[in-house]
Every structure is written in structure tokens, then in C-alpha cells.
Write a protein that binds this ligand. Sequence first.
Ligand SMILES: Nc1ncnc2c1ncn2[C@@H]1O[C@H](COP(=O)(O)OP(=O)(O)OP(=O)(O)O)[C@@H](O)[C@H]1O
Length: 280
Amino acid sequence: MTNDMSHAAPVRPQRRAGAHAAPPRQVTSQLSASLPTLEIEDTPQQSGTPVITFDHVTKVYPAQPNKPALNDVSLQIFAGEFVFLVGHSGSGKTTFIRMLIREVKPTQGHIYIADEDLANMRNWRVPYLRRNIGCVFQDFKLLPNKTVFENVAFALEVIGKSRHVIKTQVPEVLRLVGLQDKLNKRPDQLSGGEQQRVSIARAIVNRPPILICDEPTGNLDPQTSRGIMDLLERINRTGTTVVVATHDREMVDNMRRRVIALDRGNLTRDQDRGVYGFDV
Ligand SMILES: Nc1ncnc2c1ncn2[C@@H]1O[C@H](COP(=O)(O)OP(=O)(O)OP(=O)(O)O)[C@@H](O)[C@H]1O
């Protein structure tokens, strides 16, 4: 699949001077091959091929024809970035995330993951797209009758990984999230923070280059939330691009990472080392 990125020149409002759009590039490749493997320094370079591009994206749900959930949103997210997506309830954060995994399609505009235009992606390719994007949700979405090990293993089983890979990668990722002693517990035997660690382990066990989190600390107390954010930062330092939709003002203000703000579907702010910036 080929697309001409020279048509995608998204605007990044309120970015620091010098931040620039990726040079036009024509690439023909499979998605998984085109997502770069990285060695990341403290501040990832905002150059090269973006891993996520929104190019004048508008989404209008039929139930609300006069109120776009997203309105002409253009932005780029580069490999290795850690980005907060903030905004009031109903501002479009979940819509943004659902579009990234092609659960929802834009009414207008284009979304690219690496060099692949999701609008042109054949349906049979969508599961492959989703293998490249780990997802973490507020309510964990764990399978209640499976153990910690089985919950994480399941993510590999459904994509046909061998028993050998499962036996190697699952304990490794559970060690990374600090749950090596809980392999045989069921979700109801874990705290909320531990359950969220399981869901993060499940999201990253296949080593996706992008990790998307929708309110990952929404159900957790402040101290547990900090532990989860530390974990997401550690995952980011391994080169994974991390996008976190959140209402957690304290976390955003403390971490000072890139902040993209939505207000009633409009992109109103895009700041390096930003703050939450809304009254709650
Ligand atoms: N399936 C849908 N059908 C119709 N309207 C929808 C649908 N999903 C979302 N919306 C509307 O789109 C707008 C954006 O919703 P969205 O869920 O993306 O916001 P959000 O920022 O994630 O909110 P929250 O922080 O409460 O999760 C809202 O006005 C919402 O009512």
C-alpha cells in the first residue's frame, strides 16, 4: 500500500518553534515492518515518519449530526513520544482513541498509522493494525475466570503464538510490571492497581510499538495511579509511543509531557511539557 504523505501537512497549534512536520515520504511496506524500532533518548525527536497522523479529521456520529465529536483535528505523534490527551467529558478523547484502532472511521479526513492510511485499509488488515497498538482501559477488561498468567497468555494465543513464546514472554512481561509473584491469582484476588498492571502486561506482551491508554488511573487512588504512570513511563523509555487520555490533573501537571487538549471536538492546545490546564 502506498500513500503520498505530501498531502498530510497537519497543523500543530502552539507547538514550540522548530517543531516541524515530517518530510514528504513515499513508502510501500507492511505496517508492522514500517513501525520503527528505536533507541530513545530523554526527549524523542519529533521528526522522521510520524507513527500517528491525524489529517483534518472530523467525526460526526449520526445521533448528533450538528455536533462533531471531533472537528478538523490535525496532529502528528512521533515514535517514542509520551502524550497526554486531555479535555472535559465529551470533548472527543475516546472517539480519538477508537479511531486509532479503527473501531470508528472519520467522517472526513485521514488517519495514518506509520505510513498506512486507515481509510484504505482492508478489513482483513485491521486485526494486524490492532496487534501494533496495545490498549489499556479504565475498567481493566480482564477475564474473571482466568489467572493473571492466563489473561496475559490469552493475548498471545489469539494471535497464534507458540507455547514456547508464551512460556517465555508472559513471565518476562509480568516481571516488568512487578507481578511475578501473582501469576496464579485471579483478578478478584488482586487490588485495582494490580489488575491494571495485568491489563498493561497484556497490552504490551506482544511488544506493540504504540500503547494507548484510556483513563488508565480513573479507578485508582493517587498513590496507585503514580505507580501506574511510572510503569507507563518505563515502557515509554523502551521506545514505545504512549498516548494517555486522562482527567488526572495532578499526574499531567507533575509529569510535564506533551499535552494535546480537546474542547468540544476541537484541538485547542498542543504543548511540549504541558499542563492539564482545565478547571475540574
Ligand atoms: N456512539 C456514539 N454515538 C453518538 N454520539 C457519540 C457516540 N460516542 C460518543 N458520542 C458523542 O461524541 C462526543 C465525544 O464523546 P467521547 O466519548 O469521544 O468524549 P470523551 O472526551 O472521551 O468523554 P469522557 O471523558 O466522558 O469519556 C460526545 O458529545 C458524545 O456524546
